[in-house]
Design a binder for this molecule. Structure first.
Ligand SMILES: Cc1ncc(COP(=O)(O)O)c(C=O)c1O
Length: 401
């Protein structure tokens, strides 16, 4: 008899478009743990790529979903629902004063942000957006054009016009690239897919001043590094630099799909009735889950834990890494952590998985760790132990040549 794994793999291969090549079948999650179809237990240091930031099946979020699913799931934005404006209020309460547009994904939030920037820029004949090398903003045509890695655009030409890239953390390069057509600069405060690379604080401050001086919008893509991931509710708060608008998604509803665009109040009348829309944006169901996430941030000491446990993990990883010349650096902020190698990180990620530790890679050479923000010390130690074993195994492979 075929196992559930084999049966699922066969069905997947036959009916699912092969844009991914998954190798594990997870059937259950609880907190920091995942279980596969054969009952194997894993420690999850990936959280579905910074989505389940409060861990799997968080009690508050699950019960909010259950309650809302029995009450009202969707009505369309042609009507109000009571939950979404409460969520918007809560998001703004902890951010700069502004207004929120809800959608379903990071790419969609960025699309909205680019439309917002063009709508403002076009008033003065400006429609070009500058983004960063090695950035990642999504897989739609506009977000691909903004993404600073040409390989993602290959085969989908022509590129959407109006975007160009400059090296990240290089103020002079950015300054030199600004033209009378520039309407906005977009960047990830901590680059995620590109290799877990934080912006330099002074650089960001200088970029803010430059944008003010030239009347250019500063846009932050906080899709991966926002929602508490680096130890503050919004990534900009870790740098003390306010953008004019920011996009977020991934962890807002701890696993239900939601994206959001927040713009400063002075720009509240930019995207108005008939200029932008999304059928599913801010449904009562997803909004209820997102509100529960916000409540958990209020009550469960999530941010402080993220900062402290993040520091603990990074320090210990750096110490373990010292033993191995192929580990070049440990970097990141909060619980967004990159272990930079002098070689491809995929082998190390595979060895971690062998230790039942779910991890990610970023760029080609970075092992990326995105554990839940409520990770305990004991779980951090467990993760460190498994990474230690994986590093030792990689070392033996390298020694053997
Ligand atoms: C910084 C950043 N922006 C945008 C996106 C795209 O988000 P989504 O896959 O939800 O469209 C991602 C996804 O990894 C991301 O990391």
């Amino acid at each position: 008899m075929e196992s559930l794994y084999e049966e699922t793999l066969e069905r997947y291969r036959k009916f699912v478009m092969p844009t991914y090549a998954p190798k594990i079948l997870f059937v259950r999650g609880q907190g920091t743990r995942l279980w596969d179809a054969d009952g194997r237990e894993y420690l999850d240091f990936a959280t579905g790529i910074s989505v389940c930031n409060l861990g799997h099946c968080h009690k508050g979020v699950t019960s909010a979903i259950q309650k809302q699913a029995e009450t009202l799931v969707h009505v369309s934005n042609l009507y109000m629902n009571g939950v979404m404006p409460r969520l918007a209020e809560k998001l703004i309460e902890n951010c700069f004063d502004g207004v929120v547009f809800f959608c379903n994904s990071g790419a969609e939030a960025n699309e909205g942000m680019f439309k917002f920037a063009r709508k403002i820029g076009n008033k003065s004949g400006r429609n070009e957006i500058i983004s960063m090398d090695n950035s990642f903003h999504g897989r739609t045509l506009a977000t691909l054009a903004a993404t600073g890695r040409a390989k993602y655009r290959k085969g989908f030409e022509p590129d959407m016009p109006g975007f160009k890239q400059v090296p990240f953390n290089d103020f002079d390069a950015l300054k030199g690239a600004i033209t009378p057509k520039t309407c906005a600069v977009v960047l990830e405060p901590v680059q995620g897919e590109g290799g877990v690379l934080p912006a330099n604080r002074e650089y960001l401050q200088k970029v803010r001043s430059l944008c003010d001086e030239k009347n250019i919008l500063l846009l932050f893509d906080e899709v991966q590094c926002g929602t508490g991931r680096i130890g503050t509710r919004y990534a900009w708060q870790s740098f003390g630099v306010e953008p004019d608008a920011l996009s977020m998604a991934k962890a807002i509803a701890n696993g239900l799909p939601m994206g959001a665009l927040i713009v400063k109040r002075k720009y509240a009348e930019t995207l108005t009735v008939g200029t932008h829309a999304s059928t599913f944006g801010g449904t009562p169901l997803v909004s209820a889950a997102a509100l529960a996430v916000q409540e958990a941030f209020d009550r469960e000491n999530v941010l402080e834990n993220c900062q402290l446990t993040g520091e603990y993990l990074r320090e210990n990883l750096a110490q373990i890494g010292q033993k191995y010349p192929f580990v070049k650096e440990v970097r990141g902020m909060g619980l967004m952590i990159g272990v930079v190698l002098d070689r491809e990180a995929a082998t190390l990620a595979g060895l971690c998985l062998k230790q039942n530790l779910v991890v990610l890679t970023a760029g080609e050479t970075v092992l990326r760790l995105l554990p839940p923000l409520n990770l305990t010390r004991a779980e951090a130690d467990e993760g460190l132990k498994r990474i230690g074993v994986a590093l030792e195994e990689l070392n033996s492979i390298i020694q053997k040549g």
